[in-house]
Structures are given as C-alpha cells and as structure tokens.
Design a protein around this ligand. Structure first.
Ligand SMILES: Nc1nc2c(ncn2[C@@H]2O[C@H](COP(=O)(O)OP(=O)(O)O)[C@@H](O)[C@H]2O)c(=O)[nH]1
Ligand SMILES: [Mg+2]
Length: 389
C-alpha cells in the first residue's frame, strides 16, 4: 500500500510527509523509516481487537497505542506540480515517476491562500482553484500516455493481433493500472469493442482510469492560517482540515519525551523538561488546531484515504483461536491491510503462498464460526486459517 503526497510547491507536502513518516517506534518488518529519500513509512490506525477481546497484545509488524493499531503503509513525497506540467512545465517527469506506484493521492493545498498557482508567496490566492487543477493535470498526463502509441495500438487492433483493452493496459501498466480496470472503463464509455478512440473519448477514458486507480483526497493544510477558505471549500469538496506543522511538532515532542501524544487524537499530555518557548508553541497548537479541529488532520487523512477512499480493511491472522496468538505466544501479532471484498483465501495467500495452497478453511474468531474460502473479510476480523494438511 502506497500513498502519494502531491500538490503545488510550498503548500507543505514535505512537512506533511515528514510528520506522517516520523515513526513512534520502529517496527520489525520496516526497520528503516526512510526507504528512499522521498519514500518512507507511515501508519494508518484503526481500533485494535485487543480492547474488544480484553487482551494485552504484542504486535510484531505494527504498533498498538491506547487501543489503536497502527499498521504500516508506504508514503511518497511527490515532486511539486504546477498547472501545465503535462505540457512539460516544471518537474513533470519526476512527478509522474514518483506517483507511479501510489494507490491513492493526498492532494495538499495551502488553504490560507498565501501561495499562488505556481507555488510563490502571495496574499490572496483562492485555494478553491487548486482543488480542481490537480486531477485535471493528472488526467491529461494519462491521456498523453495513451495517445503516445495510439497509431500502433490502432493497427494492432485492426490486424487483430491484440485487443484494445490488452494493448491499452500494457501502455498504462507502469502506472499500476490493471487490464480489468481498463476493460471496466472502456465498458462504461460504451467503446469496449472499438478499434479506435476519438480525442474526447480518450480524455474521458483517462479520467475514469485515473479516478479509479489514483483517487484523490484533499488536505486543506495550513489550517492555522485560514481565514474562512476552509468553510467555502467544504461546500464543494470533501476536504480535511490539516496542520502538518503542528503534527510534526507534536510527534517530535513525543519522540523527545517532552509530551505524550498518540497521532490522530485531540489531546497531548505535557511531561517534564519543556522550555517556556516550547510550552507556548504547544499551547498555540492546542488552542488553534486541536480545540478547533479535533486533531491536526494528518492521521485522519491517512486513515480516510486507505479505509474510506480505497475501502481497505485491517485483519488479524492468528494461529490459536482461543488465545489469539501465534505459535510463539505473541497475541494479535500481525495486522494486514486487505483490499475491499478480499476473502479469507486471499488473506491466506497474502500471509504465505504455502498457506494459501494448503488452505483448509478458516475460523472467524469473534463468532467462533468456521468459514469457507469465499468468506469476505471485514474491518477488525481476527482469523485463524486451518491447514488442510
Ligand atoms: N502555518 C503553517 N505553515 C506550514 C504548514 N505546513 C507547512 N508549512 C510551511 O510551509 C512552507 C513550505 O513547506 P514544505 O513542506 O517545504 O512545502 P512543499 O514545497 O510542498 O514540500 C514551510 O515554510 C513550512 O514550514 C502548516 O500546517 N501551517
Ligand atoms: Mg517539498
């Protein structure tokens, strides 16, 4: 699972990225928080079943803090993009390379309106204009990629040496687009049997493919400087109020043992050793961000991207359905993020190919019922996979 942080220059992408990837503690399977300079590990959070089952858990691939399970996801700090980038303005190719693997895009905008459309400081830019430019820009990128080899594709379809869907998905495979998704979009447009597409059909097709493969959620950042834009923005767009700088400050203070703070929550506890200046800064965060918006919005938007936009669920495989532990006694050791409509068989394969191949049923631990391979997983499921051997 990879999330891309995208937007104009100077809106706070890197601050958001740094805040989101500042680990609370290192997790065994992700020993380094930074994989590449702009690719790091962050977490999405959901209620840990340890509370429901009244157990003390011992997470291995994830973290549990105050009953919230934090499951790792990759986050990429994408190069800045400005309107017109698909025509070669600005860092276009770097941008596209960075977002290839992303499943979902977090579009950071400066809701205060103090960054103009090219990312330069200004006084009165309307951030509502930014909310729409990015999807248009990426849609145009997708359209340009499709057009690049359209002559070849057209000939192959005419000579019946390939289907339109297969050839188009080949063209888009570098962007993580599957043939199924291409087929579904061609069908929606009513052109699945065609051997050619008009310019307008390509635009529409690109848009459908983009919204399915790289859905976008808007982070209205610098909410601490907002003077009413967020309220207007919310009328059009399902945006989340964010103060990336506050989240970064809270996580850094937590890491330095100056406060106790669980990402996504609305409170923190002051510990000893804070200077007056630090106290003042934290007081500002509490009054201007947490009290007004219930959180800094960073954790909220990561969770919303993965659980709402993508519809993923968190599931917990265990080997012992009575003690909810693995063979070494670790309770609820692992959490897995699974795409919507995943089955227990999908989970078995995700754990290990051999577990999938030897699948002999599963137990839904909460209901204590045996379930078959097609049983669909729900958020928070604790599952024991039974081996046929
Ligand atoms: N007031 C305020 N400033 C912020 C916030 N997030 C980032 N900034 C500032 O915005 C500027 C640009 O941030 P940066 O993360 O480098 O932006 P990027 O170019 O989009 O990666 C820096 O001066 C940050 O300190 C925020 O939530 N509130
Ligand atoms: Mg940056």
């Amino acid at each position: 699972m990879e999330l891309g942080v995208v937007g104009k220059p100077n809106v706070g992408k890197s601050t958001f990225y740094r805040a989101a990837t500042l680990a609370q503690a290192e997790v065994a399977s992700f020993p380094f928080t930074t994989i590449k300079p702009n690719l790091g590990v962050g977490y999405v959070s959901s209620p840990c079943p340890c509370a429901k089952f009244d157990l003390k858990c011992s997470p291995r691939n994830s973290l549990c803090r105050r009953g919230l399970r934090f499951t790792p996801v990759k986050i990429v700090d994408v190069a800045g993009i400005v309107p017109g980038a698909h025509r070669g303005r600005g860092l276009g190719n770097q941008f596209l390379d960075d977002l290839r693997q992303a499943h979902v895009l977090i579009h950071v905008i400066d809701v205060s309106g103090k960054t103009d459309e090219n990312g330069e400081p200004t006084k009165n830019h309307d951030p509502l204009r930014d909310a729409s430019f990015l999807s248009e820009e990426i849609d145009l990128w997708f359209a340009a990629i499709i057009k690049r080899n359209l002559d070849k594709i057209r000939n192959k379809v005419r000579q019946k040496t390939g289907s339109l869907a297969a050839l188009l998905s080949e063209q888009l495979s570098g962007l993580g687009v599957s043939e199924d998704s291409v087929k579904a979009s061609l069908k929606k447009l009513g052109v699945e049997g065609a051997c050619d597409l008009t310019d307008q059909q390509i635009r529409k097709f690109a848009s459908l493919i983009r919204s399915e493969n790289k859905p976008i959620i808007v982070a209205a950042n610098k909410i601490d400087l907002d003077e009413g834009n967020f309220k207007r923005l919310k009328q059009d767009v399902d945006a989340v109020a964010v103060c990336a700088e506050a989240e970064l400050a809270l996580r850094e203070a937590n890491q330095a043992n100056l406060i106790e703070y669980v990402p996504g929550t609305s409170h923190f506890k002051l510990l000893d050793g804070l200077s007056d200046k630090q106290k003042e800064a934290l007081d500002f965060v509490e009054k201007e961000v947490l009290d007004k918006h219930q959180s800094t919005g960073v954790q909220k938007i990561l969770n919303k991207a993965v659980f709402q936009l993508l519809g993923y669920v968190t599931v917990y495989p265990v080997e012992n359905e009575h003690k909810l532990c693995d063979s070494s006694g670790a309770v609820l050791p692992d959490s897995y993020l699974m795409p919507p409509n995943s089955t227990v068989l999908d989970l078995a394969y995700k754990i290990h190919t051999s577990i999938g191949e030897n699948f002999g049923g599963a137990i839904d631990v909460a209901s204590k019922k045996k379930v078959g391979k097609d049983h669909t997983l729900s958020e928070g499921d604790v599952i024991k996979i039974i081996s046929a051997k």
